[in-house]
Design a protein around this ligand. Structure first.
Ligand SMILES: [Zn+2]
Length: 428
């Protein structure tokens, strides 16, 4: 199945199906129970199921994995299947319009859940109330957002005045008129014709509308239309900014020490890969003639391993102070006997210089770069990465704190001042 082997039909409580055998009848011979299948599954999935040939020998229901000889799932076979599936969808091995649509969706620069949602709308496989009702599920059919009309896919995403406000208020300023009667047709047209960037934005808005709808249904929470609009844009930008640095880190790790600077810093803090310790550092120049420096080291679970503050006499040059913070950070990492570290700073220039083999000690900041590079030998892997200020919140607080609590090291405990910022990094 093109949708990743996942059944898109919403769960049906009425027929209480839990096993494949519940959908098979044995009289007069073993075959699919078309009656049940037609009632429970969405049309396109009915057809797929009915095409699966059944054997006549009775077999107990069991979890299966068709891609290894003994039916046992292994990471390797799982990976191979996914890879094959990705390749075949990316190459467009079939030419029908389904695969064309799927191929375009699959390669969209957006969060996977947005792609799946678009695909479900395209397949008319969304559990809106009227669809549930048609399949015999007792529930109200009224739209939970406007409490006015029947909830269909068209209504949720196009006709409902809540949705209309969101589309119009978005950067696209879309206003549906009488030419747009069918949301799925409109979406399909856009999937085929729009550039991926614009389509990603549309996908974010659609997800926002659906999320707001679900919050109303399941949490009885009314999300303001403005919030939906802002969140959609924010999510899209955040995703686009986050994919690049992640890839660079991956590349860096596979190239061992040959790290390269990131040109597009991530807006959010991310946990390091397994076995790697991430250190974030920052400098503060708010007290005249003194630098406050701070660093926090966290592991792959986001747990704090060490934090430290330093206060030193310093002059008014933020970049030099930032370089000094990195220098202190790498020395502390060596003292803690970390083996594999990534050190992050929000200062582009110093990160670029550290990663540039041409930099001489005598150049501006060169002495710090030299000192930092001398310490690299203490580690199996040691990388330097540029991130945005937003992603460096904990270190920022520590650097400020350095003036009131100077020259301290905390091991495996978090100072209360930084706790809210640690949490913020983890939930983002
Ligand atoms: Zn409505």
């Amino acid at each position: 199945m093109q949708n990743g082997f996942k059944i898109l039909t919403p769960r049906d409580m009425q027929h209480n199906l839990s096993k494949v055998s519940d959908m098979i009848t044995t009289q007069p011979f073993i075959r699919w129970n078309n009656n049940i299948i037609d009632k429970v599954f969405l049309p396109f999935e009915r057809e797929i199921i009915k095409k699966i040939p059944l054997i006549q020998e009775p077999l107990e229901d069991q979890l299966m994995w068709p891609y290894s000889k003994d039916g046992t799932y292994t990471v390797k076979t799982g990976y191979n299947v996914l890879k094959h599936w990705q390749d075949s969808t990316a190459n467009g091995s079939t030419t029908n319009s389904h695969s064309h649509i799927w191929k375009k969706l699959w390669t969209l620069p957006t969060i996977p859940r947005n792609k799946t949602l678009l695909w479900r709308i395209y397949q008319q496989a969304l559990p809106v109330r009227s669809a549930l009702n048609k399949r015999g599920i007792q529930c109200t059919i009224v739209c939970p957002r406007c409490l006015h009309k029947e909830e269909t896919i068209n209504h949720v995403f196009m006709e409902c005045h809540r949705a209309a406000k969101i589309w119009f208020g978005s950067k696209l300023g879309i206003r549906f008129d009488n030419n747009h009667r069918n949301f799925t047709d409109w979406l399909t047209h856009n999937i085929i014709n729009l550039e991926k960037k614009d389509l990603s934005y549309i996908a974010s808005i659609i997800y926002g509308i659906w999320y707001a709808r679900n919050s109303q249904v399941f949490d009885n929470k009314d999300i303001d239309d403005r919030v939906v609009i802002d969140k959609a844009l924010e999510n899209m930008l955040e995703y686009q900014m986050s994919i690049k640095p992640e890839q660079t880190i991956q590349q860096n790790l596979s190239n061992n020490n040959q790290s390269r600077p990131n040109h597009r810093p991530s807006n959010r803090w991310t946990k390091p890969n397994q076995g790697t310790i991430k250190g974030n550092c920052d400098a503060n120049l708010s007290v005249e003639g003194r630098w406050g420096l701070g660093v926090v080291f966290r592991d792959e679970d986001g747990e704090v391993l060490a934090t430290a503050t330093w206060e030193l006499p310093g002059y008014n040059d933020p970049e030099t102070a930032e370089a000094c913070a990195i220098y202190h950070a790498i020395r502390l990492a060596a003292d803690c006997c970390f083996q594999q570290v990534i050190i992050e700073s929000d200062c582009t220039n110093i990160i670029r210089k550290i990663n540039d083999p041409q930099i001489r000690a005598r150049s501006y900041l060169g002495n710090y770069v030299w000192g930092i590079n001398c310490n690299r030998g203490n580690f199996r892997i040691c990388l330097f990465n540029h991130i945005s200020r937003k992603a460096n919140g904990v270190a920022h607080v520590l650097a400020k704190m350095a003036h009131s609590e100077p020259n301290r090291v905390w091991l495996e405990e978090a100072h209360p001042n930084i706790v809210p910022f640690l949490l913020r990094d983890l939930v983002h």
